[in-house]
Design a protein around this ligand. Structure first.
Ligand code: MG
Length: 265
């Protein structure tokens, strides 16, 4: 397994500043998520939003990904490429975004409802969001990576949905994707104790039908094999003194207490 790069408190202050940009972006974009807007319009807005705040869209150019946001609709799980497609009433849309602020990387995602959606879609979104919270809440003083995956899996499965197993969370902070891999189910072979200074992107993905996925002809978009709906929620968190601070949550008391106020020189 690749080496885990632990962060100092000052490193995490910088990562937190990067996280706050994308966390606020995902709040501010919500009013734009309406039928008729194209995914490219959302992307252009987001790129300007990030650059105005002195950061760089972290996904753009990453392995040649062409955009600031991943915008994934309905049966698309992740890595949808923004374009001419317009949002429609009743769609589920997932927006995933990362920023590079002076070399400090953030990563966060949310699934939104476009206009009114049916009860099943609401329940899928709510369950996936709850599984992210359960995964984060599973982190304590003596936790292992598998505790996160176990909590996520149990939340998703007890609602009758499937965990998308082929995609995972990851370390983040000095680059977009780092060790360790954060599975959304327990994996004993790659288990490790959570340590002080770890910064992790935790990102459960759930599907109503099959958890099997395939890559669309654009070479990026990953979809459910059976065309069933999926949802995805992601937060960047930091582990510090046995506690967990949610860096992409705008009102996380612990994050503000430990890492607020910017990088100290
Ligand atoms: Mg991620």
């Amino acid at each position: 397994m690749r080496e885990v790069r632990l962060k100092t408190r000052n490193d995490i202050r910088g990562i937190y500043d990067s996280c706050k940009i994308v966390a606020q972006l995902l709040v501010d974009i919500e009013v734009m998520i309406k039928p008729g807007i194209s995914t490219l319009e959302l992307d252009n807005w987001a790129e300007e939003y990030i650059r105005d705040r002195g950061a760089v869209p972290a996904f753009k150019g990453y392995r040649n990904f062409p955009a600031t946001l991943c915008v994934s609709l309905n049966d698309e799980i992740v890595h949808g490429i923004p374009g001419d497609r317009k949002l429609k009433e009743g769609d589920l849309v997932t927006i995933d975004v990362g920023a590079d602020l002076a070399g400090k990387f953030s990563d966060t995602a949310r699934t939104y409802a476009v206009g009114n959606v049916d009860v099943e879609k609401k329940r899928l979104m709510e369950t996936t969001k709850m599984s992210l919270k359960a995964g984060i809440d599973a982190i304590g003083n003596r936790s292992y990576i598998s505790d996160i995956g176990r909590a996520i899996q149990s939340t998703i499965q007890s609602a009758g949905y499937k965990v998308v197993r082929d995609l995972t969370g990851h370390g983040v902070g000095f680059s977009q994707h780092e060790a360790p891999t954060i599975y959304n189910y327990p994996v004993e072979e790659e288990n490790m104790r959570l340590r002080n200074g770890m910064v992790l992107a935790i990102e459960p993905m759930a599907a109503i039908g099959s958890e099997k996925i395939f890559c669309a002809s654009d070479g990026w978009t990953l979809k459910t094999l059976d065309g069933s709906l999926s949802a995805h929620f992601e937060d960047t968190v930091a582990i510090w003194e046995g506690k967990v601070a949610v860096l992409t949550c705008l009102n996380d008391r612990l994050a503000e207490e430990l890492f607020g106020g910017g990088v100290r020189s």
